[in-house]
Design a protein around this ligand. Structure first.
Ligand SMILES: [Zn+2]
Length: 207
C-alpha cells in the first residue's frame, strides 16, 4: 500500500488563499441578498456574514482551480500489480448546481492497474477537486471515472456514489432519508462478474 502523504506537493497548486477582489464582489452580492430577504444586514450577527459566506463559497468551489489529472500524475508509479484496487467510503461534499445547496455522502472507487498504480491518497483528492465545483451527482461520478481512466489508463475503473441532497431533504418533496446512488464503469467493470465482485466488496445495493 502506498502512502504519499508526506511527499511534497507537486504538479498542482494548492489553493489556500482568497482572491480579495472576488471576495469583495461576492460579499456585496450577499449583502444585497440579505436585504432582499428582509434582513437587517447591519445587525451584529450578520455584520460579517457576507464576507464569511463569500469566503465559504470560494472555498467550496476551489476545485475549478485544480487539475485532477495532474494530481494523479504527481503520484503514478510503474507496478506489475493487476488485481482490483478499491478505495471505499471516501467522504464527498459538493454543491448542487440547481439550488446551490449541498449534497454529500460517500464515494467508492476501484481500478484495475494496467502497468501503473497511483498513490492512494490521490483518489480522495481528485474526488474533492471535482466535488468542489457546482455539480450534479451524475456528472461528478462520470468526471471522476473519466479522469482516472484517461490519466492512469487502467484495465477498468468503477465509481459508485451514494449521496443525500439537501435540496431534496430541506425543501420540496422532503424525502428525509432518501439517498441517490450513481455509478460509472469502464473496461473490465463492464463485465458482470467483475462489477458484481466490486459491488459486493463495497457493500452497496446496486443492480
Ligand atoms: Zn438541487
Amino acid at each position: 500500500m502506498l502512502n504519499d502523504d508526506f511527499e511534497p506537493e507537486e504538479g498542482y497548486i494548492k489553493i489556500d488563499r482568497y482572491n480579495k477582489k472576488l471576495i469583495q464582489s461576492i460579499s456585496d452580492n450577499y449583502s444585497a441578498i440579505l436585504k432582499d430577504m428582509g434582513e437587517e444586514a447591519s445587525r451584529e450577527g450578520l455584520a460579517k456574514t457576507p464576507v464569511r459566506a463569500a469566503k465559504a463559497m470560494q472555498f467550496l468551489t476551489q476545485g475549478y482551480d485544480l487539475n485532477p489529472s495532474e494530481i494523479l500524475k504527481s503520484a503514478m508509479f510503474k507496478e506489475d500489480y493487476s488485481q482490483m484496487v478499491i478505495v471505499k467510503d471516501i467522504e464527498v461534499y459538493s454543491l448542487c448546481e440547481h439550488h446551490l445547496l449541498p449534497f454529500f455522502g460517500k464515494a467508492h472507487i476501484a481500478y484495475i492497474p494496467n502497468g501503473h498504480i497511483v498513490g492512494l491518497s490521490k483518489i480522495p483528492r481528485i474526488v474533492d477537486a471535482f466535488a468542489r465545483r457546482l455539480q450534479v451527482q451524475e456528472r461528478l461520478t462520470n468526471e471522476i471515472r473519466d479522469c482516472i481512466q484517461n490519466t492512469l489508463n487502467p484495465a477498468g475503473v468503477a465509481v459508485v456514489m451514494e449521496c443525500s441532497h439537501l435540496c431534496m431533504q430541506m425543501r420540496g418533496v422532503q424525502k428525509q432519508n432518501s439517498v441517490t446512488t450513481t455509478s460509472a464503469f469502464t473496461g473490465e467493470f463492464l463485465k458482470d462478474t467483475t462489477r458484481k465482485e466490486f459491488i459486493s466488496l463495497i457493500g452497496a445495493s446496486l443492480h
